[in-house]
Ligand binder design. Structure first.
Ligand SMILES: Cc1cc2nc3c(=O)[nH]c(=O)nc-3n(C[C@H](O)[C@H](O)[C@H](O)COP(=O)(O)OP(=O)(O)OC[C@H]3O[C@@H](n4cnc5c(N)ncnc54)[C@H](O)[C@@H]3O)c2cc1C
Length: 358
């Protein structure tokens, strides 16, 4: 199989780039790993600022149609024990964000590119040929050989392509997340269905996924002693007993499924090479406090498309290095604003989780 672009990774970043390439009639293949399990819904929230990007990419209506719902603001208790009401009414031009159903949105997007998707079960290998092309071997019972001019890493925090290319990353912190789906409770003191609260060992967010279900995620640092307790849903309420409102959402229902993982900020040392680019979380991964992971995935895909067009149509050798330097600048700006957010919380500045921000 010969294509111009080989994308590896089936998440928002890889699939968005595939959709954009298809619109431009640039031949591509999206190579993905066969997964047996349904993904655990994280219930990501997109801020109003992301709506403009979705609109520019002509994907806004698809995202809206497949979202759990629109969001019009959130409550937070951060920096003091006062609840702040962040209402999107004053945002322009969009006065709402979205609580996305990522799985459903991705399925809709994948339908449009399904003829150019190839799965594998047993790994892949990358071979660089002397004449500049990249050959990827997708391994199943046999091996499928795919040749392309440009290789894309869209494998999220796994950075599977970057690892094979021996590109390392800088990890800026040790944030980890533990999530669980719990029965929906409407808090009597909160009107918005997204609530964020900081506490001594980290912070948590509760938001409504549906009419019957909430998702609660607790963020703390790797090695924090609360992590062992959060493995058991029956201990969540007691572990978070000192929180003001978070604890009210929790149940001791032992049926709830728990999912943990990394949520740290990290950036690849190189986001582009002569014939490859990294997108989304593979390029740079953001702290979920920023609510910008999905926006980053979409934005890097849009910028990657521009760079790919310049390279393929005009043999522009600067396009990929420019992509690399633009994204690194964005990441530095993101790091500064993220750190400022954490520095607003001074109540526990001498405690393990918070002290690293001061
Ligand atoms: C707890 C939590 C809450 C979050 N909340 C928000 C939020 O509110 N708002 C927001 O905008 N963002 C949020 N994010 C971040 C957001 O989910 C990610 O930034 C976004 O999904 C990244 O998209 P991606 O396509 O780059 O990577 P991913 O979604 O990770 O997709 C990568 C794809 O590559 C595949 N893959 C991995 N390894 C390989 C391999 N070896 N071979 C082939 N395929 C591979 C994976 O199966 C997956 O399909 C949150 C993240 C976490 C952890």
């Amino acid at each position: 199989m010969k294509k111009e672009v080989i994308i590896i990774g089936n998440g928002i970043a890889g699939v968005t780039l595939a959709v954009l390439l298809q619109r431009k009639n640039i031949p591509f293949v999206l190579l993905y790993r066969e997964e047996e399990k349904l993904p655990f819904a994280l219930g990501e929230t997109l801020p109003p600022s992301a709506m403009s990007l979705l609109n520019e990419l002509e994907l806004l209506s698809l995202f809206e149609e497949n979202a759990y719902r629109k969001t019009y603001g959130y409550h937070s208790m951060w920096g003091s024990s006062r609840v702040t009401d962040m209402n999107f009414y004053h945002q322009n031009p969009y006065k709402n964000g979205l609580k996305i159903n990522k799985h459903q949105t991705l399925e809709k997007l994948r339908e449009t590119i399904k003829d150019n998707m190839v799965s594998y079960r047993k790994g892949f290998e990358i071979i660089h040929e002397e004449h500049g092309n990249t050959v990827v071997l997708a391994k199943n019972e046999g091996v499928k050989i795919i040749q392309g001019k440009i290789l894309i890493d869209a494998t999220g925090r796994n950075r599977a392509v970057l690892q094979k290319l021996k590109i390392e990353s800088v990890i800026h912190d040790e944030l980890v997340a533990v999530s669980c789906h719990i029965p929906k409770i409407k808090h009597p003191k909160l009107t918005h269905e997204v609530y964020v609260e900081s506490f001594k060992d980290g912070w948590g967010i509760v938001s409504a996924l549906s009419e019957t279900e909430n998702i609660c995620t607790i963020f703390t640092n790797k090695g924090n002693e609360i992590l062992a307790k959060l493995k058991d849903i029956s201990q969540w309420k007691s572990t978070l007993a000192e929180t003001v409102y978070l604890k009210d959402f929790l149940t001791e229902n032992t049926e709830a499924k728990i999912k943990g993982g990394n949520a740290n900020s990290s950036v690849a040392n190189q986001l582009a090479g002569t014939n490859w680019l990294a997108l989304g979380d593979a390029a740079m991964s953001f702290d979920p406090l920023s609510s910008h992971g999905i926006t980053n995935a979409m934005y890097t895909s849009a910028k990657a498309l521009e760079a790919i067009e310049k390279k393929l149509n005009f043999a522009d050798v600067e396009a990929f290095p420019e992509y690399d330097s633009t994204m690194k600048i964005i990441f530095q700006q993101y790091l500064q604003s993220k750190n400022r957010l954490y520095q607003q919380e001074i109540r526990w500045k001498d405690v393990e989780f918070w002290e690293r921000f001061f």
